[in-house]
Design a binder for this molecule. Structure first.
Ligand SMILES: [Zn+2]
Length: 140
């Protein structure tokens, strides 16, 4: 395992993202898909950055993806300094968008490009959970 746990800072939740964060609390990872051009924008927003359409309804995503690229943070400022080393990664979701997150659930040296990962909901005491990713075969 990765040793000490990563901190869980407060997410910034605006009106446009409230449904996303609420769904995380229910164990669902939501994305939006443009009904005009098919784009799946990240971050989710109420319009399509590719074509400008406002017809971008939410849908429940698979929560799975692939490590597109990553780095191992060996040094960090507080409060993340207590959790080094940890992985910061671009995850290419199966629905298309690439998002920044962390890979947890395995030693950093086992993370590799092309690795299959799935979302993990990291509980917080005073708000919605955070999302991070773990190898699909990692223990829960
Ligand atoms: Zn579009």
């Amino acid at each position: 395992m990765t040793g000490r746990e990563l901190p869980t800072p407060d997410p910034v939740v605006g009106d446009e993202e409230a449904e996303f964060w609420q769904a995380l609390g229910e164990g669902r990872f939501l994305l939006r898909r443009c009904q005009q051009c098919g784009d799946v924008p990240w971050y989710p927003r109420p319009f399509c950055p590719a074509c400008g359409s406002r017809d971008v309804p939410w849908f429940e995503a698979s929560g799975t993806g692939t490590v597109y690229s990553f780095t191992i943070a060996a040094k960090a400022g507080p409060p993340f300094d207590a959790a080094v080393p940890y992985v910061i990664a671009y995850i290419e979701l199966d629905e298309g968008p690439r998002i920044i997150s962390n890979v947890v659930g395995c030693p950093p040296e086992q993370v590799h490009i092309g690795q299959r990962v799935e979302v993990r909901y990291v509980p917080r005491v005073d708000g919605p959970p955070l999302y991070r990713f773990a190898p699909v075969d990692a223990a829960r």
